[in-house]
Design a protein around this ligand. Structure first.
Ligand code: OSB
Ligand code: MG
Length: 369
């Protein structure tokens, strides 16, 4: 197949509740919807997901747009695309910038699946149709409010809770939640807020049966994580560190973690994400699906991907209404009786809400044959 047209809609969706992490507060998710069209008129969709600030990773939405239009699209537009697995190799001349790469790579996977008359799940192993999911909660220093929020999440059917922590807000909220919810699968995520000198403090978290501690140290560190993991019973999970299969292998072989938060966008797309799942299975390294506040298109992809039995641990994959009042697809995803349902149908199995896109989005034509 050939790409004949590439378009985007730039969107800004206000979050239902502001989300505070160790590095800042997010109130709006800005992202682009990428639409690719082939010579037969089929379309594929992907989301361009970096945040506007370079505070989670180096990429920002603005830098990713430039990388996409000026550097990635020229590597694609003259090509005959036999299989989306090839795209990663074509993008090799462009270093890093995984989220820019993933936006178009995932859109082409959707297009490819539709052309083949398949659901995107067809290309994954051992998929389920109903998934238990988790919820990621921001910093809430009022611990009574935090308990109420967790009660509500559990009542809605979320089967695992992740709490953002930072220095000065860690042991106390965890202790309180453990007292109130002795059996709840609970974990914490520090988004790189700690330093190696905090190891004695972080070891105190071992007392609370956490499923894991996500990314305590710097985004490019593996040695401090290894050092901590050697002294900690609780598994360390790496997020920001893992941008590729190589990163995953290195972290695993160094003993820097026992779990991987896998985000398709952070590793440059589906082809790489699938390789990481294979590796983790071979090595019996735990892997589960993280999130980037995806809207309907990214969330649909996440649902298909997380439905693989290999990703059994409930992901940061919540109902659409937990994030947004409005979405860009006609049937946003909900949580029913503690489960989310993977869409069926061709490709991602979703229908874009064109009225919403035209109301909320700013259209850009990126390429036309
Ligand atoms: O570290 O996983 C993270 C949100 C924004 C930035 C980074 C992270 C997160 C989350 C929530 O934890 C993800 C989600 O629910 O989509
Ligand atoms: Mg994280």
């Amino acid at each position: 197949m050939r790409l004949t047209k590439i378009e985007s809609y730039c969107l800004r969706l206000p979050l239902v509740t502001p989300f505070e992490t160790s590095y800042g507060t997010l109130t709006t998710k800005a992202f682009d919807l990428i639409i690719v069209t082939d010579e037969l008129g089929n379309q594929g969709y992907g989301e361009l997901l970096p945040f506007e600030q370079p505070d989670y990773l180096e990429e920002t939405l603005a830098t990713a747009r430039i990388i996409l239009t000026d550097h990635l699209l020229p590597l694609l537009t003259d090509r005959l695309i036999e299989h989306p697995q090839k795209i990663n190799d074509w993008f090799l001349p462009v270093r890093g910038n995984q989220m820019a790469k993933a936006s178009i790579e995932t859109a082409i996977w959707d297009l490819y699946a539709k052309r083949q008359g398949k659901s995107i799940s067809h290309y994954f192993k051992k998929t389920r149709l109903q998934l238990p999911v988790g919820i990621s909660l921001g910093v809430e220093t009022n611990l009574n409010k935090l308990v109420t929020t967790v009660e509500q999440a559990v009542a809605k059917g979320y089967q695992r809770v992740k709490l953002k922590i930072k220095p000065g807000y860690d042991i106390e909220p965890v202790k309180r939640l453990r007292q109130q919810f002795p059996q709840l699968p609970l974990m914490v995520d520090a988004n790189s807020a700690y330093q190696v000198t905090d190891i004695p403090h972080l070891k105190k978290l071992d007392a609370y049966q956490l499923a894991m501690i996500e990314q305590p140290f710097a985004v490019n560190d593996l040695l401090d994580h290894r050092h901590l993991q050697q002294q900690l019973a609780t598994p360390i999970c790496l997020d920001e560190n893992i941008r590729s299969l190589k990163d995953c292998q290195l972290a695993d072989q160094l003993g820097s973690c026992r779990s991987i938060n896998l985000k398709i966008s952070r590793v440059g797309g589906l082809t790489e994400a699938l390789k990481i799942v294979d590796y983790c299975q071979q090595q019996q390294l735990m892997v589960w699906l993280g999130g980037m506040f995806e809207a309907g298109v990214g969330r649909a992809l996440n649902l298909h991907f997380a439905s693989q039995e290999a990703l059994a641990f409930p992901g940061d994959l919540s109902a659409s209404e937990r994030y947004f009042h409005e979405d860009i697809i006609t049937s946003p995803f909900s949580l029913v009786d503690g489960f989310m349902t993977v869409p069926t149908g061709l490709g991602l199995g979703i229908t874009l809400d064109w009225a919403q896109l035209n109301k909320l989005g700013r259209y850009r034509l990126l390429y036309q044959e």
